[in-house]
Design a protein around this ligand. Structure first.
Ligand code: S3P
Length: 423
């Protein structure tokens, strides 16, 4: 699908941010592993969480839709073998988390993905799972993953990567093993799995950058999923850089392992106010008031990278409108996302007229630049690139045409409709 984007002159209004994708994946997996009836309200409409949901259904869990976003999950707490391959679609989270769950089952399974997912690295999960005794066959550590279910042993794993997907894979495997499984990462990545498992009664504890888990029975949950800060990020950026804008974003998840974009935007001089902060099931949630701001360049590196890893494409757009130099470092894992986000972000923003250079582990952006547009943009099967370029298009002097805009549906089908309410 092609999408034409024209310059916007002011964005004003209030938006309720749609449900968090990461939490939707975890809620459906953990509810499926809990014996009894769970209720999930405000489940994401994105294609990725629905890939996870369909896999849980195929593994024998009864999932009933009360509305298009409210689910009742009836589970006996165990999975059954599925006769065919389990399709993770475009979703790395589905493949990596489900591999952890399936490696220790008493049956075999095969996880497959689309073209983009089949090119993404799986060694990061196969390494710790193999240390636990898992039997996983692949072609050069890429999907399909052929898993022979077996009894696993606990490990104490020191990860070179700060990755919530790898951490969650190991923790979900550890949930089913006698003894203590520990995962340590360089910096803390998003901790939704830990929070949810604890809430459901798992024997799990954290200390600095380590998490330990022991075999546990989960209790069913009743959860109302709040808004995804990674989806809010496009409205935060648009509100900050489209002149004369003022936007209120309601019900946004503000877990400190996800709020790197707010920390960086504030460092750049952004006018963002957090209102009505509260706690829901161990997670912080609040509303944000965003006003157009004069921004300064900054350096983004180290510990904060996992806290904003999915927001780097839209932060790059923000940086084109900030005075001075913005340097993004230590983000080499961006090359392993739905696209090589260092290369694709730089290539597409250059087409619009941005002054941006690729580095091995990030990018350097000089601002403030007037974006010209008048070109066609590619999305490389990458939802976050599509949405970031949409926001960049709102600033371009001349119209742009985005090819493959349908990829937005992976995480945020409501994206364009919500933007229209602000015009
Ligand atoms: C996710 C973790 C992140 C992120 C992805 C979702 C998750 O990946 O990029 O979009 O839900 O666990 P890594 O933690 O592997 O970097």
């Amino acid at each position: 699908m092609q999408k034409r984007i024209q310059k916007a002159f002011s964005l004003k209004g209030e938006i309720i941010i749609p449900p968090d994708k990461s939490i939707s994946h975890r809620a459906i997996i953990c509810a499926s592993l809990a014996k009894g009836n769970s209720i999930i309200k405000n489940f994401s409409t994105g294609k990725d969480p629905h890939s996870t949901l369909n896999i849980c259904k195929n593994l024998g869990v009864e999932i009933e839709f009360k509305t298009n976003s409210e689910l009742i999950i009836k589970s006996c707490g165990t999975f059954n073998q599925y006769s065919s391959a389990l399709d993770c679609g475009n979703s790395g989270t589905t493949m990596r988390l489900m591999a952890g769950v399936l490696a220790g089952q008493n049956f075999n399974s095969v996880l497959i993905g689309d073209k983009s997912l089949s090119q993404r690295p799986m060694k990061r999960i196969i390494k710790p799972l193999s240390m636990m005794g898992a039997k996983i066959e692949t072609n050069e550590f890429k999907a399909p993953l052929k898993i022979t279910g077996t009894n696993l042993q606990p490990i104490n794993y020191i990860s070179e990567l700060s990755s919530a997907q790898v951490k969650s894979c190991v923790l979900l495997a550890g949930l089913n093993i006698e003894g203590k499984t520990t995962f340590t990462e360089p910096y803390v990545s998003r901790n939704h799995t830990e929070i949810l498992l604890k809430h459901m009664g798992a024997n799990i504890s954290t200390s600095n950058t380590s998490v330990s888990i022991e075999k546990s029975e989960l209790s069913p949950i009743d959860i109302n999923i709040f808004g995804d800060i990674s989806s809010a990020a496009y409205f935060i950026a648009a509100g900050l850089i489209v002149p004369d804008s003022e936007i209120i974003l309601k019900n946004v998840g503000l877990n400190p392992t996800r709020t790197g974009i707010l920390t960086i935007a504030e460092k750049m001089g952004a006018n963002i106010e957090i209102i009505d902060k509260k706690e829901i099931l161990g997670e912080v949630v609040g509303d944000l008031k965003i006003k157009y701001s004069e921004l300064q360049g900054t350096i983004i590196e180290g510990e904060i990278i996992p806290q904003l890893i999915d927001e780097i494409p839209i932060i790059a757009v923000l940086a084109t409108q900030a005075k001075g130099t913005t340097i993004i470092k230590d983000a080499q894992d961006l090359r392993n996302k739905e696209s090589d986000r260092i290369s694709t972000v730089v290539t597409e923003l250059k087409k619009l007229g941005a002054n941006i250079q690729e580095t091995p582990d990030g990018m350097i952006i000089e601002g403030k630049t007037e974006l010209i547009g008048n070109c066609e943009i590619e999305t490389y099967h990458d939802h976050r690139l599509a949405m970031s370029m949409f926001v960049a298009g709102l600033l371009c002097k001349k119209e742009i045409l985005i090819n493959g805009f349908e990829w937005v549906d992976i995480s945020f089908p409501e994206f364009e409709k919500l933007f229209e309410t602000l015009a």
